[in-house]
Design a binder for this molecule. Sequence first.
Ligand SMILES: Cc1cc2nc3c(=O)[nH]c(=O)nc-3n(C[C@H](O)[C@H](O)[C@H](O)COP(=O)(O)OP(=O)(O)OC[C@H]3O[C@@H](n4cnc5c(N)ncnc54)[C@H](O)[C@@H]3O)c2cc1C
Ligand code: FES
Length: 274
Amino acid sequence: MAIMNKQITIGSVSGNDEIRPGYVLMTIHVHRSFPEPRPGQFVMIRIAGLQEPFLSRPLSIFSFSRGRSHGLVKLLYRVAGKGTQILAGLIRGSQVEIVGPLGKGYTVDPSRENRVLIAGGIGVAPLSLLAQHLCRLSGRGANPAVVYLGAKTADELVGLDQLHKYCNSIRVCTDDGSLGEKSLVTRTFQKDMKKHDPARTSIYACGPKPMLQSLAGILKDRYFCQVSLEERMACGVGACMGCAVAVRDENGDKTYRRVCADGPVFDLQKVIWE
Ligand SMILES: Cc1cc2nc3c(=O)[nH]c(=O)nc-3n(C[C@H](O)[C@H](O)[C@H](O)COP(=O)(O)OP(=O)(O)OC[C@H]3O[C@@H](n4cnc5c(N)ncnc54)[C@H](O)[C@@H]3O)c2cc1C
Ligand code: FES
């Protein structure tokens, strides 16, 4: 089946574990033919055959692997409201309907070999798949990226174990100092900024809007930086304009782009924060 030419896959939940209070890691078995997602892409997910909740929810692909008989899609999500609460209640063997992989992912420029990932809270989800991808590109032994991972508290700091599989340079910080440095993740990065030569560096970020906005102020236009935005979505496939955000076009004029179809990844300096 397809929506707006997007493939619908029925997957089977093989794990749905609360790894921290209010944070769940879902593992879904999908058919072997499930397309390889690009880092930063997401899926729209809902319970197969149920009308409640009516709309699917967008979740980034946290990890993907393909075995001989099936693919494994992992999603890491925060229980935010009704939709994610229903997803969190799913037991092993439940069937879910997935549309995707959707959207445009992060761009990896081979000439900028110093990669910096900056994640705030659940924003770690798309950056984990990027770390996995960069690790594959860099090959064994190389450090594919420097990671700055922040959250409000130690309880809300998720995804660290997964990142450790791929990266050995991870700076952890929390707002209250309960784990790592007591600092905002943008501030921790800013202290290190001189180490990252703008000509050789690509920065990839995901997190709450204030974090990304503050990053825009810190970086100005000196660095190549892409961010993944998390607007509320309805259709998820470019049909309703429900997820439009203001950006600058090639001429510097204000225009609107759909997060689901034109994003969710955008050049940081093009985003207009309203
Ligand atoms: C491209 C994309 C990728 C995403 N990836 C992830 C992910 O990997 N993990 C994850 O936990 N979440 C992710 N989100 C956010 C996630 O989709 C929302 O948290 C979820 O849809 C909320 O649904 P709900 O029914 O549980 O909550 P609702 O009842 O709809 O909302 C509960 C609360 O969450 C807020 N909220 C709703 N949607 C969003 C949103 N898109 N962004 C921020 N706040 C929102 C509402 O304002 C409200 O305060 C992503 C969003 C997008 C657009
Ligand atoms: S959610 Fe409908 S166009 Fe993006």
